[in-house]
Design a protein around this ligand. Structure first.
Ligand SMILES: [Zn+2]
Ligand SMILES: [Zn+2]
Length: 486
């Protein structure tokens, strides 16, 4: 009996192994075969970029493609978002794959035959439009993966949700958009996605390479405004009023003290930048008010909350010490892009297969931000970089993202196609993975942060200034979803 069991186990191991190897080889061949098409799609999208929340032609292009493949297609999600659903022949988990679709208000300076000449209105200004962040390549790679996987339906365990998301770069003033709105409109819920993957091309990473980081990878981005109010007076008699300019100078220094003296920098980096100051009209008038604005970058949820409290305290107390008042407003643009360590551990072999041994490497923390971070509120997530810089070029000579000279070598977009497809075919849901996403209550993000480790009691995150409690409702919901209990 025991022998029989061992034989059965051995057979099942061999079938799994052989199955795994075959499907990955099939992905390899298919991705290589369709690479010329993927490049063609990418160049078309590059030539006709659209701004955030205005991606109508791009959405139609995606929709037509997905319909041709016979997928169930949903449109108009979070304004112009498109979702394709592919049901595999075998039972299994639901995997989400995400590409963002928007271009930027940047005028392209490249002399490529498919360079963008598009123009559009942006916050009341006429601007050039360019895929200056490479989202055209993301759409093309995901369309490629949809084509490869549609041809392998019989070998797919579970369901694949292809998510084409608008407005990653931020919606125009006064509009909602992006991943946050996609999540709000239920893109992760029906069907319920068990794990989600996203790619970003990188103009300063060599083609044929993938870079990743377990845990926090990209920063949470907050925008802040500090309004410092004094009392207007003659520039020659400062004692007769309250000077908001001098107070602001002290506040700016105070903000850097949060970084250098109050943040646990060995745990994760913190950046505070004041990017804008407005106040005053003339040399000899001390103005009534001054407004400054800037951004905060953190790579840890608890540190993010801690820095918020300290920015508020620093500005208010410094202003008060000088007889002025400061009011602070902080708006969270994106969360920390947090890669579930368990999911990363489980899926690294799939990425290695896709890119080849020696071409998968860890990256440093990135203080840039991604709205992909919002999907992890609903499921474990894994976001990684794919190289787009020509081989042999030095990163310092490659134009950064968001600039007019930004350029991507698209000759190895098959890497992304393979990665997407292999992740789908190899993913298996397990309790550890499900439980490792550092899940935050989406409905009430401020104040509650919890994670469940191996389905034991949720942990409470604490920071020196605040302790965050979870609601019993969230706890029950998560325990049920992640651990299969009710
Ligand atoms: Zn960007
Ligand atoms: Zn981007």
């Amino acid at each position: 009996m025991q022998k029989l069991l061992i034989v059965l186990l051995f057979v099942s191991f061999i079938t799994t192994f052989a199955f795994g190897k075959n499907v990955n080889a099939e992905v390899d061949a298919a991705a290589t075969r369709i690479l010329p098409k993927v490049i063609e799609w990418r160049r078309h999208l590059h030539q006709y970029p659209e701004l955030s929340n205005r991606e109508t032609k791009t959405a139609k292009y995606v929709e037509d493609h997905l319909r041709r493949l016979g997928l169930e297609v949903r449109t108009g999600i979070a304004k112009t978002g498109v979702v394709g659903i592919l049901k595999g022949a075998l039972p299994g988990a639901t995997v989400g794959l995400r590409a963002d679709m928007d271009g930027l208000p940047v005028t392209e300076r490249n002399s490529l035959p498919y360079a963008s000449k598009e123009k559009a209105e942006y916050n009341g200004q006429t601007v050039g439009v360019m895929h200056a962040c490479g989202h055209d390549t993301h759409v093309a790679m995901l369309l490629g993966a949809a084509e490869v996987l549609s041809g392998m339906k019989n070998k797919i365990r579970g369901t694949v949700v292809f998510i084409f998301q608008p407005a990653e770069e931020g919606a125009p003033d006064g509009e909602e958009g992006g991943a946050q709105l996609m999540v709000k409109e239920g893109v992760m819920d029906n069907p319920k996605i068990d794990a989600i993957f996203g790619i970003h091309i990188n103009s300063q990473t060599e083609i044929g390479k993938i870079k990743y980081k377990s845990g926090a990878m990209m920063a949470a981005a907050d925008w802040f405004t500090i309004r410092v109010k004094g009392r207007q007076t003659h520039g020659a008699y400062p004692w007769s009023g309250v000077d908001p300019v001098a107070a602001s100078a002290q506040i700016i220094n105070g903000l850097q003290m949060i970084v250098s003296r109050q943040s646990e920098l060995t745990k994760a980096p913190v950046v505070i930048t004041v990017g804008k100051i407005q106040g005053g009209v003339r040399e000899n008038i001390i103005p009534e008010e001054l407004v400054m604005a800037g951004t905060i970058r953190t790579l840890d949820d608890a540190m993010q909350k801690d820095v918020h409290a300290r920015v508020k305290q620093t500005a208010e107390k410094i202003a008060e010490s000088m007889g002025a008042t400061a009011t602070v407003e902080i708006v969270t643009k994106t969360l920390v892009t947090y890669n579930s360590p368990e999911l990363v551990r489980q899926m690294l072999p799939s990425l290695e297969k896709s890119v080849g041994k020696g071409n998968l490497m860890e990256t440093e923390w990135v203080t840039g931000a991604e709205d992909f971070s919002y999907y992890r509120l609903k499921a474990p997530a894994f976001f990684f970089q794919v190289g787009g810089m020509p081989a042999g070029k030095a990163p310092k000579d490659a134009a950064p993202h968001h600039t007019p000279d930004f350029i991507i070598d698209d000759s190895r977009l098959d890497v992304g196609v393979k990665a997407f497809a292999n992740l789908v075919l190899d993913f298996k849901l397990n309790a550890n993975t499900a439980a490792s996403s550092s899940v935050v209550d989406f409905a009430d993000f401020s104040g509650k942060q919890i994670s469940i480790e191996n389905c034991r009691e949720p942990n409470v995150y604490e920071s020196p200034l605040q302790a965050f409690k979870f609601s019993s409702l969230v706890k029950e919901d998560l325990t049920a979803r992640l651990c299969g209990k009710s």
